[in-house]
Design a binder for this molecule. Structure first.
Ligand code: HEM
Length: 153
């Protein structure tokens, strides 16, 4: 059981962090190079609609499997597993940032796209970009800390 939780947890981390790296480091610069503003906005709206739909499932699964391992296997906060405590804190910060992005600028962007207000949509997309970028950096750091801590005793 613990092995299955572990596999699902790490797959969740791969999907979330890998998706953010792809969006920020690959897709966005390619879209800037190839597309004009309006097409770029439409593309990024489609991209985030799909990516966020995936994350609405993956983020709760990542946190719940993390808690199941922490409280079910390691017996909670008392265990001396510094990398898990750091991962736990970082995971909650990342989830809060994702929640903000999904509920504030992402909503604003969709509303602006519906009314054809491109400057407002672009401003909201910029806030989404910053949120995803911050989460990408925290996420990469978290994976580094989690994997480093596991074998450093
Ligand atoms: C509520 C938040 C989280 C909790 C409670 C949690 C808990 C855990 C636990 C208990 C393990 C097993 C650690 C071990 O046996 O050494 C683990 C592994 C792992 N977690 Fe998390 N995690 C959380 C969030 C995250 C996030 C947000 C990421 C990535 C961005 C992540 C990435 C990983 C990775 C890569 C491993 C495998 C490396 C390792 O075993 O240490 N976790 N997590």
């Amino acid at each position: 059981m613990i092995t299955a939780l572990y596999v699902v947890h790490v797959l969740g981390a791969v999907i979330w962090v890998g998706g953010m790296v792809f969006a920020m480091a690959v897709l966005r610069p390619a879209a800037h190079a190839a597309l004009e503003g309006p097409q770029r906005l439409a593309l990024m709206q489609g991209v985030f609609a799909r990516f966020f739909r995936v994350l609405y499932h993956v983020v709760p699964i990542l946190i719940l499997t993390g808690w199941a391992m922490l409280f079910g296997w390691y017996r909670g906060f008392g265990a001396s597993i510094w990398h898990v405590h750091l991962m736990h804190a970082a995971g909650l910060v990342m989830a809060a940032i994702f929640g903000f992005v999904a509920f504030v600028p992402w909503r604003r962007m969709r509303a602006a796209m519906e009314t054809g207000d491109r400057p407002a949509a672009a401003a909201a997309l910029e806030t989404i970009r910053k949120g995803v970028l911050v989460n990408m950096v925290i996420g990469l750091g978290t994976v580094a800390v989690a994997t480093w801590g596991r074998f450093s005793g």
